[in-house]
Design a binder for this molecule. Sequence first.
Ligand code: NAD
Ligand code: MG
Length: 347
Amino acid sequence: MTDEFNAEIYYDDDANSANLENKTVAVLGYGSQGHAHAQNLADSGVNVAVGLREDSSSREAAEADGLKVGTPKEVAASADVISMLVPDTVQPAVYADIEDELEPGDTLQFAHGFNIHYGQIEPPEDVDVTMIAPKSPGHLVRRNYENDQGTPGLLAVYQDATGDAKDEALAYAEAIGCTRAGVVETTFREETETDLFGEQAVLCGGITELIKVAYETLVDAGYSPEMAYFECLNEMKLIVDLMYEGGMREMWDSVSDTAEYGGLTQGPAIIDDGVRANMDETLEAVQNGEFAREWITENQTGRPVYHQAKQRDVNHEIEDVGARLRSLFAWAEEDGETEDEKEQVRA
Ligand code: NAD
Ligand code: MG
């Protein structure tokens, strides 16, 4: 790997709130990230307005949270920083709506690089284009801020028209609580490509297929679906928790010697060179834009492939087995708690 991807990390001391002073931030969207950014910015003393469609069901929530609300175009008109927090597939249309409100020196701010990196949004040269991407769902960005903790995040500058793009982005990161935990500097390209590859190869695609194929292998060999579910899906969380806490080493130390030996020898036999070659192909489609073109076309044509693939996945037998077992668990757990125990918890 070249030096292109050597990461800097920034903390509170590196940020200066003066870089957002007397500026107004328009937060477009009030979903997972939008509600957290808007509330954290406001609590940090930043001037905020939320941009939502006239008929948006989020309007009431944003107003109840004490925030100023207008249409995306209205709030963008009087804003210095415009934070694009509507869904990625919707951003190009929202951008087209607010584009005329961008003045020289304004900032277009993102939490994910897809639309800039793949050219779906092409801002004028006289505005700053930055990214502050918390590495966590929005409700945790808000909760961590309220608990005086932080949420780690990423920072990237795509276009620095004013010369202050990075300092302003750091002030934004501080205001939403990210510099408390650490902000890693990256590029729009690196953030977008690693994010897409990770969710496809491991986090969302790889892990679900690994579980389903292993489940099918056991059930096809005559073992009970319940056993297959527990072994292949339920225990996954326990193992991942150990790795999250203390890396692979803590996981290996916690399982039996037999599990360790079998895992160490059979793991590479299952995730073999064929899987490696598949991963290279997946990464290549992300890098050369093939995946992005496919997904953009999907969204322009009513998502035919998406709907079919999702049906196949939610109708998999493991979903019914899991739902049934989890409902038994929940019932058993709740019922197992005596009235005394419940009282103690309430006290
Ligand atoms: P979301 O789906 O939770 O919320 C989007 C909000 O946008 C909606 O609540 C609504 O207020 C508004 N909206 C929806 N459709 C709209 C339309 N047609 N026109 C105008 N407004 C509309 O979105 P999110 O998950 O918060 O994602 C926002 C950005 O943050 C994306 O770029 C995403 O990649 C990025 N991001 C998300 C997470 C996460 O955990 N959810 C984490 C890091 C980065
Ligand atoms: Mg402006």
